[in-house]
Design a protein around this ligand. Structure first.
Ligand code: NAP
Length: 244
C-alpha cells in the first residue's frame, strides 16, 4: 500500500513545498487548503506528475468539524495517514498595548487549536496502525519570543509543549512527534515586511541568507523517513544559525 501524507495550509508557501517534496518521495498527498486559488488545480496536476494521487481537502483548521470531515475524506480515499504535517498558520503582529483580543484569539485558534483539531482527528488511525509521523511547524520565536508577536510566539511555544507531551503519550505505539522551528523563510508571510527590516534580519543570520521553503521541506522529508526513526519529541531549528 502506498503511503499518505496530510499537509495543512498547503496551498502556498512552506506547506506547498512540503507537499511537492513528499510527493517526490512517493507519498499520496491530502492537501488541505482554506481559500480557493486559481493555482490549486495546477498544483494538484504538478503533484500527480510524480505518479501519486493528490486529494484537495478544503477546510479551516480552527474549525473542529471541518477537520473531522477532511480527515474522513482522506481516510476514505487513501485508507490511512502515515504522515501529518501541521503547517497552517497566520500572523497578526502588534504590540500588546494595541493588540485586540480577537487578534490574539485568531492566531491561537488557527496555529495552536488548529494543530490540536487536526491531530485529534488523525491520531486514532495512527494508533490503530501502530505507526505514524506527526510534524508540527513551530517557529524560532516560539523559543526566543519577539516584540510585536505575543500572540504568534505564544501559539508557537504552545505547539512545542503539545509536541513534547504527545510524543510521550504515543511513543509506545511507534508514533513519532517532532516540531520544526523555522527562522526567516521567504514566503507571503514574510513578504509583508519592509526591505529595511528584511535587510536587518539577514545581517543577523550567521549563514547570511534568508531561508527558502525548500530548506524546511527537506527536514520534513527526513523526519518522515525511516532514517529518523529514533528521533521523537524534538524541536529542530531551520534558521541559518539565527538562534543558537
Ligand atoms: P503563508 O505563505 O502565509 O502560507 C500559510 C498557509 O496556511 C496558506 O496556505 C494559508 O491558506 C494556510 N492557512 C492559514 N490559515 C488557515 C486555516 N485556518 N486553515 C487552513 N489553512 C490555513 O505562510 P508560510 O510562511 O508558508 O507559513 C507556513 C507555516 O510556517 C506557518 O505555520 C508559519 O507560522 C510557519 N513559519 C513560517 C516562517 C516564515 O518565515 N515564513 C517562519 C517560522 C514559521 P490561505 O491562503 O487559504 O489562508
Amino acid at each position: 500500500m502506498s503511503k499518505t501524507a496530510l499537509i495543512t495550509g498547503a496551498s502556498k508557501g512552506i506547506g506547498k513545498e512540503i507537499a511537492i517534496t513528499l510527493s517526490k518521495e512517493g507519498y499520496n498527498i491530502a492537501l488541505n487548503y482554506r481559500k480557493e486559488n486559481e493555482e490549486l488545480l495546477k498544483l494538484k496536476e504538478d503533484i500527480e506528475k510524480n505518479n501519486v494521487k493528490c486529494l484537495l481537502i478544503q477546510g479551516d483548521v480552527s474549525n473542529f468539524e471541518d477537520c473531522e470531515r477532511f480527515v474522513k475524506e482522506t481516510i476514505q480515499e487513501f485508507e490511512n495517514i502515515d504522515v501529518l504535517v501541521n503547517n497552517a498558520g497566520i500572523t497578526k503582529d502588534m504590540l500588546l498595548m494595541r493588540m485586540k483580543k480577537e487578534d490574539f484569539e485568531d492566531v491561537i485558534d488557527i496555529n495552536l487549536v488548529g494543530t490540536f483539531n487536526v491531530t485529534k482527528n488523525v491520531i486514532q488511525y495512527m494508533l490503530k496502525a501502530r505507526a505514524g509521523r506527526i510534524i508540527n511547524i513551530s517557529s524560532v520565536v516560539g523559543i526566543s519570543g519577539n516584540a510585536g508577536q505575543t500572540n504568534y510566539s505564544a501559539s508557537k511555544a504552545g505547539i512545542i509543549g503539545f509536541t513534547k507531551s504527545l510524543a510521550k503519550e504515543v511513543a509506545s505505539r511507534n508514533i513519532l512527534v517532532n516540531a520544526i522551528a523555522p527562522g526567516f523563510i521567504k514566503t507571503d508571510m514574510t513578504e509583508v515586511l519592509s526591505e529595511n527590516v528584511k535587510e536587518e534580519i539577514q545581517k543577523n543570520i550567521p549563514l547570511k541568507r534568508i531561508g527558502e521553503a525548500k530548506d524546511v521541506a527537506n527536514l520534513v522529508k527526513f523526519l518522515s523517513s525511516e532514517e529518523s526513526s529514533y528521533i521523537t519529541g524534538q524541536v529542530i531549528n531551520v534558521d541559518g544559525g539565527m538562534l543558537m
